[in-house]
Design a binder for this molecule. Structure first.
Ligand SMILES: [Zn+2]
Length: 250
């Protein structure tokens, strides 16, 4: 199986060699964009333009490219190894693509279902232990429960060899784009200046770079999706756990 059949080849899409540098990527994108832009009455193509735009966005994002390059080289190695069982692997790949479409994800990433992204600071659990009473702070609760992380990502043993993506829904404040929070008579935000909302924090796990029980600290200010959005929390501590096959906590 060749790359590109079931795996998106962003390098080929922009007529690039694997490992091309930023300038080359930009140059090729610009040339192709002129050809495929929907405004071009002769050669314009919305579908083609979206494809090259996607390739450009992935290859020029440090984070996305790191994941993509890892998957790319892995894919080449695997397909060389599995050349004999061609038809079967194509089938598996395409069904994976189908599944991940709903999550607007790349086909080489496996989504961890939301049921396995679990918030540790469960208010109901605290209430049962009497830790929601006035005067108790998060520090005290941590001491009593022994839980010092915010979210746990539960991974199945069979998934540890794959590139995994988890979405962590977090509370955000979005500054009013009409008044930037400066007009108490603003009709868009009613004078509140901002809105409460939710945004998914996207966490990608690369095989062999993490282990069971590991915690990751993320400074959320670095993950803001845009300049108007602020995460309510400053930091988040994520714990990674591998579930054994017979686990009943699913
Ligand atoms: Zn406003």
């Amino acid at each position: 199986m060749k790359i590109g059949e079931s795996f998106p080849d962003y390098y080929q899409c922009l007529s690039l060699e694997f490992g091309a540098n930023y300038d080359k990527i930009k140059e090729h994108f610009r040339q192709l964009a002129k050809v495929y832009h929907p405004d071009n009455p002769i050669t314009g193509s919305k579908i083609h333009f979206q494809k090259i735009l996607k390739a450009y966005q992935i290859l020029t994002s440090e984070r996305d490219r790191g994941i993509y390059d890892y998957a790319y080289t892995n894919f080449l190695e695997n397909s060389a190894r599995n050349n004999i069982s061609q038809s079967r692997s194509i089938k598996t790949e395409s069904s994976n693509t189908e599944k991940s479409k709903n999550h607007r994800s790349e086909s080489y990433l496996k989504m961890i279902p939301p049921s396995r992204v679990v918030f540790a600071h469960n208010v109901t659990e605290y209430a049962k232990k009497g830790l929601m009473r006035k005067g108790y702070r998060m520090k005290d609760r941590t001491k009593w429960t022994g839980i010092d992380y915010d979210v746990e990502i539960k991974v199945l043993e069979s998934e540890t060899k794959e590139i995994l993506r988890a979405n962590i829904p977090l509370t955000v404040r979005i500054l009013c784009p009409d008044c930037y929070g400066s007009d108490i008579h603003c009709s868009a935000c009613g004078g509140g200046g901002s809105y409460k909302s939710f945004r998914n924090l996207c966490v990608d796990l690369i095989p062999n770079r993490w282990k069971n029980g590991q915690t990751i600290d993320l400074e959320l200010s670095k993950y803001r999706p845009d300049k108007l959005t602020y995460f309510k929390k400053k930091k988040i501590k994520i714990r990674l756990s591998v579930l054994s096959v017979d686990s009943k906590s699913l």
